[in-house]
Design a binder for this molecule. Sequence first.
Ligand SMILES: [Zn+2]
Length: 210
Amino acid sequence: QILGHEISGVIEEVGKKVDYYEKGMRIALAPNVGCGFCEVCRKGLEQLCLDYNAFGISWPGGFAEYVKIPEIAVRHGNLVEIPESLSYEEAAIIEPLSCCYNAYESLNVRPGESLLIFGAGPMGILHLILNKHLGIGMTIVTDVNEKRLKLSQGYGADYIVKSDFRIKKTIMSLTNGIGVDNIITAASVPEIQEEALEMVAINGKILIFL
Ligand SMILES: [Zn+2]
């Protein structure tokens, strides 16, 4: 199978029955296409459909010069027109950003609350950007990689903490001993999920983002 589910590009050709989209239009493509009829699809949660298709998984993906977009994907609204100001590289990040936004919304971070993000990889940093855009309270990022930590500082992390044996002590002192209100584990190491439990405040929330 041709991989690649983070797709952007320019329309080269359209089918006879396609009426809105046209050659030359710049687009991003949402990769998951549900059946459209089941319970979750009707709720708009096509990514959870048991009978779904996805570009780069069951259909040929974006690591190619051309991608054919089946009628059902066009009809389900998977094409998103992008503005001139957005590059194709940026537009390709819409898919992972959407995953983060979906998860972030379910975490329901409230104004003034603190957030700790485990992992300063692309997903961790996208969560950081979302949190800063919403102007929410203190955001701490932790990682083992110092280069990535520096990068996250550039994206607005209030505190960056090297992930080592001192991490719990550092986090507790940053939060006056009460722990963090919200934690996102954007790293799949099992130990991190356990550590999060030790650093979350009473009545706090942990989002295991995998
Ligand atoms: Zn469905």
